[in-house]
Design a protein around this ligand. Sequence first.
Ligand SMILES: Cc1cc2nc3c(=O)[nH]c(=O)nc-3n(C[C@H](O)[C@H](O)[C@H](O)COP(=O)(O)OP(=O)(O)OC[C@H]3O[C@@H](n4cnc5c(N)ncnc54)[C@H](O)[C@@H]3O)c2cc1C
Length: 512
Amino acid sequence: MAENEHVPHVRVAVIGSGFGGLGAAVRLRREGVTDFVVLERASGVGGTWRDNSYPGCACDVPSHLYSFSFAPNPEWPRTFSGQEHIRAYLEHVTDVFGLRPHLRLDSEVKMMSWDPARLHWAIETSSGPLTADVVVSATGPLSDPKIPDVPGLDGFPGRIFHSARWDHDYDLRGKRVAMIGTGASAIQIVPEIQPVVGRLTLFQRTPPWVMPRVDREISPLERRLHRALPFTTQLRRGFLWGIRELQVQAFTKHPDELGLVERMARRNMARAVKDPALRAKLTPDYRIGCKRILLSNTYYPALTRPNVEVVASGLTEVRGSTLVAADGTETEADVIVFGTGFHVTDMPIADRVVGAGGRTLARAWGGGMKALRGATAAGFPNWMSIIGPNTGLGNSSMILMIESQLNYMADYLRQLDVLGGRVALDARPGAVDDWNHKVQERMKRTVWNTGGCTSWYLDASGRNTTIWPGTTTEFRTATRRVDLAEYEVVRAPGATAGPGESTTGTRTEARA
Ligand SMILES: Cc1cc2nc3c(=O)[nH]c(=O)nc-3n(C[C@H](O)[C@H](O)[C@H](O)COP(=O)(O)OP(=O)(O)OC[C@H]3O[C@@H](n4cnc5c(N)ncnc54)[C@H](O)[C@@H]3O)c2cc1C
């Protein structure tokens, strides 16, 4: 780390210490880059798996696939891990790969601006400023909780919290609890709290499709085998990956094939819910897969318990301690738990990134998030995101996508080294548009766009800016290398162009 006018400078500033940020840190070290910091607003690492500590929080992707390929864990205790095990795994990765010296915890990035004269990012954090040649933004797609703007909420006399900021000091025993939302978090919370609360009212705008969760303990024998013969862990991972890879076509090209899965989900519900009126409330009217398919063996049984009521309507108003649903239903509550998701298509970090033209990324994305290969944006040189636009998955592990983006990051840094000296790469607007046009064309046939639902995958204008409409293999291929033809090379003012570049002021076009 170098000092300039008392402002520290690094080669790379990584933002966030979830799977994305920690994965980036490991990869940087492997590439021989040691001049970097990981800026994290919280006091510890773990991202999603630090923040989501609600009762029942667990992963929906099997552990051997939801982990880094370069850090296999033969000790996973269950096929689907709980939050505490995944968090412990990320702490372990941090230690084993020697990442602690790079961490700057309690450092929230408040603003970062591109300095075209010095070719670096000037970053303001809650723990002081720094500058960096390259920014790797891994702030997470599901990191900033979203609480809907419900009239009267401010006047609610009880306790209010979001699933991702669980209030462990609040004792739910015997309380009248209103759970808002029926997404992935809510369906894990409901069966956990139902036995202890006095009354549980579930506000459901749209019912989810729920499939059985085939979760079991990984036996001591299996774990011994994985320890003794590490390739068996890889085989297991490969199998889990392969079956999900084969499912992708149904989501992206042939949503009708999902009818069979829909029938299985209906049977799953019918087994647990005998009351036809409740079944009717819980039956979705859109194609399975359009929203994330949820996995639970305990959600439907919990809804049949006498202390639970499902209000098949969204929360529209709060009058004192009375919660009013869109259908007029009124419910008294002591506590409101919001399982209402995150700022996904309006990611807050975009307001804090000011690019070459003095515009924020949020303004540049005014018509919807878009990035070249899910990573870079035109006018934001040497800035890239991990899990950027259209890199999400509907059916597999996000760690696969993160690792592909780390390949891209590593090649990006190599290309900067090859170009030599003080240079930056800026995605060409045409390349960004081409990439996004192709993504959106492919999106037209997918279940996420044709399945008849609205979901957090879509932005305010109905455009799907979150999901990758292909296999993870396709994404890996697309991010293996940086294609220099898709970038302009930016040099410091007065610098001369390198071989193979044509100069346009300080901006040059690389010829691949
Ligand atoms: C409850 C839940 C269950 C999930 N289950 C699955 C699953 O089953 N399968 C799956 O593939 N994915 C799942 N996900 C998605 C999950 O978010 C990703 O798989 C992955 O963990 C994202 O990692 P990340 O590092 O990109 O983001 P995160 O883990 O969200 O980490 C982002 C980090 O950036 C930090 N940060 C944000 N803004 C700033 C700032 N301005 N300054 C400094 N630091 C900042 C945050 O504090 C956080 O530590 C789930 C998400 C949630 C919320």
